[in-house]
Design a protein around this ligand. Structure first.
Ligand code: APR
Length: 239
């Protein structure tokens, strides 16, 4: 098994998923067998649900946004931020999470490929703005004043994730790809490990369980993110 200290590592790409926020008390998508107001969250996060029942979707995202201040970043968020600050080479952090825990954990560069809870998007004029409060179908767009056009600035099932050009360029140039707390069932993120392998990167997975793509990684660190990320960052900074 190629070990970390057998390679000179210059460019790192890190993909995080809901599992990195789990120890902060944020429910993951697939671990949480929870329903929200009798609905499966994954049936609400769709353009069809927004067209069918916009007030349900507004309520769902208003509730998740209101919960954010109550949850705190954990050691995994903070250690990845330390790696970004202290590593001699380049560290590109891409997350599937829409929470702000990486930023509050100290990361200045975070690529939110599935968007952010704290941002709203106007379907009318295309303007993005910080999410200030709760929204509903009467909320006017600050840009074009249209009502009923404001939507959560998150990528729903069936929509194209954000920043894919930059992500693919980073994957094509990385020596090390690390996936933390993602089940590997949603593409394109689940395919990033193959892209990293194609160009010879070392690949490491941190997950508390075996994921759908565990077999594709050179190294698997099975355990909770707070412990395993801390260990891995220490190794990388010592190396
Ligand atoms: N430490 C490490 N891994 C953990 C922890 C933890 N404390 N808790 C859970 N996990 C792992 C689970 O084993 C699982 O593999 O995190 C993963 C969470 O998987 P999902 O809930 O599927 O979340 P994610 O992979 O981020 O989902 C991807 O799917 O629903 C869409 O858009 C949504 O961004 C989301 C995407």
């Amino acid at each position: 098994m190629p070990l970390l200290n057998e390679r000179f590592i210059q460019n790192i790409v890190i993909l995080t998923g809901a599992g990195i926020s789990a120890e902060s008390g944020v429910a993951t998508f697939r671990d949480a067998d929870g329903l929200w107001e009798k609905h499966n969250p994954m049936e609400i996060a769709t353009p069809e649900a927004f067209a069918r029942d916009p007030e349900l979707v507004y309520r769902f995202y208003n509730a998740r946004r209101r919960q954010l201040p109550a949850v705190q970043p954990n050691a995994a968020h903070r250690e990845l931020a330390r790696l970004q600050r202290e590593f001699h080479g380049d560290v590109f952090l891409v997350t599937q999470n829409v929470d702000d825990l990486h930023e509050r954990g100290g990361s200045d560069q975070v690529c939110h490929m599935h968007g952010e809870l704290n941002s709203m998007l106007c379907g009318g004029c295309g303007e993005r703005m910080p999410a200030e409060a709760d929204y509903n179908g009467d909320s006017p767009c600050p840009g074009c004043n249209a009502r009923g056009e404001l939507r959560p600035d998150v990528v729903w099932f069936g929509e194209m994730p954000y920043h894919m050009d930059e992500i693919e360029a980073r994957l094509a140039d990385c020596d090390l790809f690390i996936a933390v707390g993602t089940s590997g069932v949603v593409y394109p993120a689940a395919g990033f490990v193959q892209q990293a392998l194609l160009q010879g990167a070392l690949t490491v997975e941190i997950n508390k369980e075996v994921s759908e793509v565990t077999g594709l990684f050179h190294l698997q660190r099975q355990g909770v993110a707070t412990a395993e990320v801390t260990t891995l960052v220490k190794e990388l900074l010592a190396g």
